[in-house]
Design a protein around this ligand. Structure first.
Ligand code: MD6
Ligand code: FE
Length: 217
């Protein structure tokens, strides 16, 4: 259905920008999924509200987080891990909505990764000024699966480095509806997000939300 839509309406065809081997930026890819994704997101947040977690070093993150799917990424004084239970509610994380799963799988295929079946979706919330320092995503069991990242709301400067922390990051402006698919040779590349500039987005308001889909287990 989505592929047909892109065929029939050339202006909806997302543009592609290679970021590194295995990493591609699909500008506007999530736009056709917007209303379903935003509605599903509201339900997740109602059941598992955003919270600012603590790093093992004892710093509170500026980004607020929640999760859906059978595994959720959490951090506290004991470390980083995936956990099936929301520590704030004691309940399992909300199930991954069909709209999320569909978007993640079709975007992964468009990026060259067939049969992506994520079990985890980390939802990051950035208020103006929130940032994420350079890090690698290495808490997953299987680095063969890609990560699919969906940006919603205010634009952010995404810092995309290399295999070493010292590699100078390239800067990409990620806007509402942009999707990054990344795996293979760049799966463990360092990356981060510069402090969010203030603004007001027509659909999302004064915030940026990022969904990252992973195969954790
Ligand atoms: C963000 N994203 O865009 C933070 N990690 O808010 C990430 O940390 C990230 O976008 C792995 C793969 C894709 C990502
Ligand atoms: Fe990351």
């Amino acid at each position: 259905m989505t592929a047909d839509l892109f065929e029939a309406v050339p202006d909806l065809r997302p543009s592609r920008e290679a970021m590194a081997e295995g990493a591609v930026l699909l500008r506007g890819y999530a736009k056709p999924f917007e209303s379903e994704v935003v509605a599903a997101l509201r339900e997740i947040i109602a059941r598992a509200p955003f919270r600012r977690m603590f790093t093992p070093g004892g710093h509170q993150m500026s980004v607020a987080m929640t999760n859906c799917g059978s595994a959720g990424w959490v951090t506290d004084r004991s470390g980083y891990r995936y956990d099936g239970i929301d520590p704030d509610s004691g309940l399992p994380w909300p199930a991954m909505p069909r709209a999320f799963r569909g978007l993640a799988a079709t975007a992964a295929a468009a990026g060259g990764f067939e049969n992506f079946a994520p079990d985890a979706c980390l939802v990051n919330h950035y208020a103006p000024g929130a940032r994420m320092s350079l890090h690698q995503d290495r808490d997953e069991q299987d680095f063969a699966a890609p990560i699919v990242s969906v940006s919603l709301g205010l634009p952010a400067i995404f810092l995309f480095g290399g295999a070493k922390r010292a590699d100078k990051p390239k800067r990409y402006r990620l806007e509402h509806g942009d999707v990054v698919v990344w795996g293979g040779p760049s799966r463990l590349f360092f990356h981060g997000v510069a402090p969010l500039a203030d603004g007001e987005h027509v659909v999302m308001g004064r915030q940026r939300i990022n969904l990252t889909f992973r195969k954790a287990n």
